[in-house]
Design a protein around this ligand. Structure first.
Ligand SMILES: NC(=O)c1ccc[n+]([C@@H]2O[C@H](COP(=O)([O-])OP(=O)(O)OC[C@H]3O[C@@H](n4cnc5c(N)ncnc54)[C@H](OP(=O)(O)O)[C@@H]3O)[C@@H](O)[C@H]2O)c1
Length: 220
């Protein structure tokens, strides 16, 4: 399966890239905006495309040509202002969805954020613009013709993965954090499991093996 990872040089993106490039099931390509980041992917013998979510829909569609699936794990990050949150996390994401449709790439896995539908939660958050951006990007994805899966982790850590998680259709019983490696494993498992299409997976650290937690979530 040919996968384009948008945000491949980010922390989750790198983990997904490393795992996919070692697997026989995937042929990953990195979507990066900085040429200097190519080196990391060259070492993995993984192709990379230098482009930006700030580009046009047509430029994105060109980059997506021939892919089987898109993984969106990009983000403007906490150091930029609300303008970049709007431009990347919302408009960049939406442009990538339109581009995926244009390039006939049907499968799309979005790394979103836990509680993106819970207005009462993000009303009080210091990162309210981020939640708003993620909420409306997810809505656009749900309203698209794409075969989407939305993975919504809580606060991310750089702890090693556990292979276990709590994964639910709603965010009621989540723990406070989750390791990026466990999120990466869930993204990879979703791509291998068509039953996750059109599902939202709210996730945190947990005690259930990832595959089982996904199965329980989609049948809940
Ligand atoms: N931090 C949290 O606690 C948290 C919680 C839940 C969900 N999330 C979501 O999880 C995802 C991944 O998180 P992470 O920690 O791995 O993020 P990260 O390390 O900040 O990586 C984000 C990546 O997005 C790339 N990016 C930014 N603007 C771009 C553009 N215009 N075009 C192309 N790529 C662009 C960055 O590129 P550069 O390397 O060039 O800067 C970076 O590689 C994000 O979608 C985030 O919103 C985060």
């Amino acid at each position: 399966m040919k996968i384009l990872i948008i945000g491949a040089h980010g922390k989750i993106g790198k983990i997904i890239s490393e795992k996919m490039s070692k697997s026989d099931s995937f042929q990953p390509t990195a979507f990066i905006r900085n040429k200097a980041q190519k080196e990391f992917f060259d070492a993995l013998k993984m192709p990379s495309i230098v482009a930006s979510l700030e580009g046009t829909v047509d430029q994105l569609a060109q980059a997506f040509e021939g892919m089987d699936a898109i993984v969106f794990t990009a983000g403007s990050g906490g150091k930029t202002g609300a303008d970049k949150t709007l431009e990347i996390d919302l408009d960049g994401a939406v442009k990538s969805m339109i581009a995926a449709e244009k390039a006939k790439v049907k499968r799309y896995v979005m790394v979103s954020v836990a509680r993106a539908d819970l207005r009462s939660w993000w009303e009080q958050s210091p990162i309210k613009p981020y939640f708003i951006a993620k909420h409306f990007a997810d809505n656009a994805l749900k309203n698209s013709a794409l075969d989407y899966t939305i993975v919504r982790p809580v606060r991310l850590t750089d702890e090693p993965g556990t292979g276990k998680a709590t994964i639910m259709p709603t965010p009621d019983v989540l723990q406070k954090s989750v390791s990026r490696e466990d999120v990466a494993d869930v993204v990879i498992s979703c791509l291998q499991n068509p039953e996750t299409i059109k599902k939202v997976l709210e996730m945190s650290a947990g005690t259930t093996p990832v595959e089982v937690a996904i199965k329980n979530c989609i049948s809940a």
